[in-house]
Each structure stands twice: as structure tokens, then as C-alpha cells.
Design a protein around this ligand. Structure first.
Ligand code: SF4
Length: 447
């Protein structure tokens, strides 16, 4: 008898016990029928098909079906376990995040001039301002780029010419390298790059990153100093070639044009625009790195999605106001480092996700974040109601609520009568000190 004629197992739900039954039935059947014509079943997922047969020719497709089924069962079980019936119902019927349909940047005819212009994506400014807020005071503040970005790595004590070289070298080292790693390599160059042989009349040349030392250093030594960055062999070669070009063509300084900068080996448009902005204070284009490219496409600002950073740069420059061209790199690089990470985005803490402005938001994380936000916000509202005239009181109240997790009426009672006598300290000694948990309970007659 072939396996297809065996009694089909009931596969409504895959559980450990049903798997055990399956194994038992299979063994029993094999034993009863003899093993000579029965295929060996080694993997239960490979053996079970959607209709309960063991068709190995469609194994891959059937396995996917079973796997999905198991996942659905597991998810359902988790929901049932963690939530009550009402909550489960609420979860099932939870509305989708309030996503707004976004129009990408698109060409339109200007009604006044009757010429074609590029209209910016809808609500881009709201998104931009929210991201800026997150970068300055929210979850995206204090990103690595703020202290270790290429623009920050020039030594303040160096001459202006050397500082410009520092910026260029930092940018050349930065490709395929994290800001933190790049900062280490730059610090080594700035403190350990050997001094060149002193020229006539010069007692001793300084150690550190300058054009003369870069020209004089042995490539092997340079490679050793920057070994920590990605592609350091190529970068060593490019740095040595660049040093010679700067000496021979640019009078020992770095070029002050995009064309001049992109003529250097290993320098592309992104580096050129960032370098021109940072070293020469002139912004002629947007420095689009992987974060800017990735995030603006996630948001749907380009339609169809741009395929390269250069495409993104041209698309953004067609509509983004020029006064944002320099800032947007800082904005989105830090945002990409802290919140909208390439892996493990923090959508639950992101204002764009929480306000339904991001079409790429992770719905589960956003729902979770909204719950946390609602709880926090309600606490803050109560705080304003009770101590609205006193700024210090606001902070005090918030801390108290979080630590004690008490209801608001109780807090009102406590704060309407400062517990100075019970604490045993004068109010002026500790006017902002909240009562302890024990004191609160005592006042409420709980102890
Ligand atoms: S909601 Fe998520 S995907 Fe969208 S910008 Fe924020 S972190 Fe990125």
C-alpha cells in the first residue's frame, strides 16, 4: 500500500500532541505494512501536505503552507494567553495606523508662469520639522554624526588649510565605515602621522595630518595608521595620489569646486558636496549618503523610487528649498543612526510613525508606542492641571506619578497639602522634594 492510501491525518491544528500522534500513526502503519515500499520520513514538515498526504514532489510549497499555519496558530495562542477576550477583540479590530496617502514629488505646471515645476511631496515640511525636533530634543538627538561626523573631525588647532585637508581626508576615509571608526582613524593620523624631513631652516616638522607629512609618509605606514577603516588598502592608495594632485595642481590646498573635488581619486558627488559645504562654506548640492537615500525612499518622496544616491540627490534638489540642502544630511544621517535604523527601526518612538506620516512604519511597534504615549500623555495632562502655574511643580509632579504609579486624585490631595511637618524638614530646605511612598500611604491612612 502506498502512503497516499493511509488514513489522512486531521491537520486542523498542528500541536505537539498531534505531531506525536502523526509519528505514532506513521510508525504503526509502517510496521503493519512493512517498510519495503514505504518511503522513510525524516522531517515532519517535509512529509505533511496541505491535504494530509505525503506528496514529496510538492514538498517545498506544502512546507510553506504548514509553516504559515503554525505561525498563525502560535500568534493566536499568544494573543489568547496574554490578553483577555475583550482585549483580543480590540486587537483584531484595531484600526490601521492613520496613514495618509502621500503624493511624491511630481512635475506640475505652474499656474502663474505656465512652466513645468516640481511640486514637493505632500506634507514633507511637517515630516521635516518633526524629524528635526527628534534630532534636537527627541530620540534621535546625540547621534554619532553630531560629534564624529566628517565635518567635526578637523582639528580646531590646525591651520585653516590643514583643517580643510582634514575634512577631505575624513570624507575619503568615511565610505563604508562607521563614524565612530572613522574618528579613531582620523585621530591616529592627527597624532601619529610621522613628520616629514625638515626643510632648510626648519628645526623640526610637526607630527600630524598635513599635506607635507602625507606626501612623505611611506604607504605601508599610512596603511597601518588607517587599517581600522573599510577598504584601507584602496584608501591608502587614493590618499597618496590625492596628496600629489593637491601639491601639483591645487597649490597645496584642496579644490574649491565640485568639479575639482570629484576629479580626485575616490571622491564622488556626495563627498564633494559635503566637503565644499564644510571646508569652504559653500553649498551647491545635497550630500546624499546611504541614510538620506534609504529614508527618503522609505517615505515615498521619490516615485518611482530612486535607485542610486545620485538619483536621490537630483530628485531632492529639484524641489527641496536650497536653505535645507546642507542641513538635510545632518538631519537624516543622525535620524538613521538613532531611530530609523537600517535594521531594527524604532517606529514605536518615531513621531512620523506615531502620527501616521510614514508609510513604511512597523504597525506593531507603532501600536505599542501609541499605548506608551497615551499613558505618558495622560500623566502629563494631569500634571498641568494641578500645577499649571508653577514650572518646577510640573516636573516634580511628573516624577512622582511615574515612580508611585498612583491615581491622580490621590496626588492632588498630597500636593495640595505639602507634607513638610511629617517629613521633618522645612519647606524652603527642600521645596521640590516629593513625599516618599511611605509618607503618601500614611497620609492616605493605609499604614
Ligand atoms: S516610522 Fe519607522 S520606518 Fe518610518 S521613519 Fe519612523 S522609524 Fe523610519
Amino acid at each position: 500500500m502506498s502512503p497516499a492510501t493511509s488514513p489522512p491525518p486531521q491537520l486542523r491544528r498542528i500541536t505537539r500532541s498531534s505531531l506525536a500522534r502523526f509519528a505514532y500513526q506513521s510508525d504503526a502503519t509502517s510496521s503493519a505494512q512493512g517498510n519495503a515500499t514505504t518511503p522513510q520520513i525524516t522531517d515532519i514538515e517535509d512529509a505533511i501536505s496541505g491535504d494530509g498526504t505525503t506528496d514529496t514532489t510538492t514538498r517545498k510549497r506544502k512546507r510553506a503552507v504548514v509553516s504559515a499555519s503554525i505561525k498563525r496558530e502560535a500568534k493566536s495562542a499568544t494573543i489568547k494567553k496574554e490578553k483577555g477576550a475583550a482585549e483580543e477583540e480590540e486587537e483584531k479590530s484595531a484600526p490601521t495606523p492613520n496613514r495618509r496617502a502621500r503624493k511624491p514629488a511630481r512635475k506640475i505646471i505652474d499656474p502663474d508662469t505656465k512652466t513645468a515645476i516640481v511640486a514637493p511631496p505632500s506634507d514633507w515640511e511637517e515630516m521635516y520639522d518633526l524629524v528635526k525636533e527628534m534630532r534636537l530634543t527627541g530620540p534621535a538627538k546625540d547621534a554619532a554624526v553630531d560629534t564624529m561626523g566628517c565635518e567635526r573631525l578637523a582639528l580646531p588647532t590646525a591651520s585653516p588649510r590643514d583643517q580643510r585637508l582634514h575634512t577631505l581626508v575624513a570624507l575619503m576615509l568615511s565610505s563604508q565605515t562607521k563614524d565612530t571608526t572613522n574618528a579613531v582613524a582620523m585621530r591616529r593620523l592627527q597624532t601619529e602621522l610621522p613628520s616629514h624631513a625638515p626643510e632648510a631652516g626648519e628645526d623640526v616638522a610637526p607630527v600630524g595630518l598635513n599635506l607635507e607629512n602625507l606626501l612623505a609618509v611611506d604607504p605601508a605606514k599610512l596603511n597601518e595608521l588607517i587599517w581600522i577603516v573599510g577598504f584601507h588598502n584602496n584608501k591608502t592608495k587614493y590618499l597618496k595620489q590625492t596628496a600629489e594632485i593637491l601639491r601639483d595642481t591645487w597649490g597645496g590646498d584642496i579644490p574649491d569646486t565640485i568639479a575639482g573635488l570629484t576629479s580626485l581619486p575616490g571622491v564622488g558627488p556626495k563627498m564633494a558636496h559635503l566637503c565644499l559645504s564644510s571646508a569652504w562654506g559653500r553649498t551647491e548640492g545635497i550630500g546624499v549618503d546611504v541614510h538620506v537615500h534609504r529614508i527618503t525612499n522609505l517615505w515615498g518622496w521619490q516615485q518611482p523610487a530612486s535607485k542610486t544616491p545620485e538619483e536621490t540627490r537630483l530628485a531632492l534638489q529639484s524641489w527641496l528649498p536650497r536653505d535645507r540642502w546642507r542641513e538635510i544630511n545632518w538631519l537624516l544621517v543622525g535620524f538613521g543612526q538613532k531611530v530609523c535604523l537600517p535594521v531594527g527601526r524604532r517606529c514605536g518612538e518615531c513621531e512620523l510613525g506615531l502620527r501616521g506620516l510614514c508609510k513604511a512604519a512597523d504597525r506593531g511597534k507603532v501600536n505599542q508606542g501609541r499605548k506608551v504615549r497615551e499613558e505618558t500623555a495622560s500623566l502629563k495632562v494631569e500634571q498641568v492641571k494641578t500645577d499649571g502655574d508653577d514650572e518646577d511643580g510640573l516636573v516634580l509632579k511628573e516624577e512622582y506619578i511615574k515612580r508611585e504609579d498612583e491615581d491622580v486624585n490621590a496626588l492632588d490631595m498630597v500636593f495640595s497639602e505639602p507634607p513638610k511637618e511629617e517629613v521633618g524638614v522645612k519647606e524652603e530646605d527642600s521645596p521640590k522634594q516629593p513625599p516618599s511612598k511611605r509618607q503618601t500611604r500614611r497620609r492616605r491612612g493605609l499604614i
